[in-house]
Design a protein around this ligand. Sequence first.
Ligand SMILES: Nc1ncnc2c1ncn2[C@@H]1O[C@H](COP(=O)(O)OP(=O)(O)OP(=O)(O)O)[C@@H](O)[C@H]1O
Ligand SMILES: O=C(O)c1ccc[n+]([C@@H]2O[C@H](COP(=O)([O-])O)[C@@H](O)[C@H]2O)c1
Length: 201
Amino acid sequence: MPHVEPGMSVGLFGGSFNPPHQGHELVAEIALRRLGLDQLWWMVTPGNPLKNHDDLASLDERVALSRRMAPGPRVKVTAFEAAYKLHYTAQTLAFVKARNPGINFVWIMGADNLRHFHKWQNWRGIARTFPIAVIDRPGSTLAYLSSKMAKTFSHARIDEDDAAILPFLRAPAWTFIHGPRSSLSSSAIRNERATNKTAAS
Ligand SMILES: Nc1ncnc2c1ncn2[C@@H]1O[C@H](COP(=O)(O)OP(=O)(O)OP(=O)(O)O)[C@@H](O)[C@H]1O
Ligand SMILES: O=C(O)c1ccc[n+]([C@@H]2O[C@H](COP(=O)([O-])O)[C@@H](O)[C@H]2O)c1
């Protein structure tokens, strides 16, 4: 796990990063700026429990590509979940919390994940562990109105103008951050590569 100093604000940005792209870079930049973070942990997951892993590149490759994509020294690319055999975000957050007292963590995810968040293991527990920042993504802009998580925790939502205080709030607390958006996705990149390969053969 990356080194932290007491009192720091740290964003936890988990993802498959298969491969990483500039949409991820944009999310990291927005989170660092709008939440006023000291660090952002770019956590390369061993594998999203809800996704098929057939075309998942190796962890080493996804980490190496993420290091090239990560914007600046405050972003720490890490794969500690695999090292500690943590497969579910609820487990990861409990583990991080127990090992890092006095740090203000925020879970960061794109708006597409807000839509399906209620399918994650112990999703209510996740929302009660750390504050959550949801970053807008084309196709999922209205997720904050319709998703089960948004409805269940509507009382805990704060205005995005107050995003800078989110790391210091007691969970549950969350916000939806609008701003510059990217329509890039790893699946589109993988599909394009597969098409080019077929065309070349
Ligand atoms: N263009 C984007 N805009 C906003 N958030 C994004 C964007 N791309 C990815 N994210 C977010 O980054 C995190 C990691 O995403 P992930 O690695 O699954 O990329 P992806 O492009 O969504 O992949 P795939 O297309 O394979 O599902 C998730 O929280 C996801 O919501
Ligand atoms: O814990 C779960 O049930 C769970 C279900 C879906 C996704 N996640 C996590 O959410 C993060 C984003 O996943 P992904 O594939 O959208 O990049 C990543 O850290 C996953 O491990 C976690």
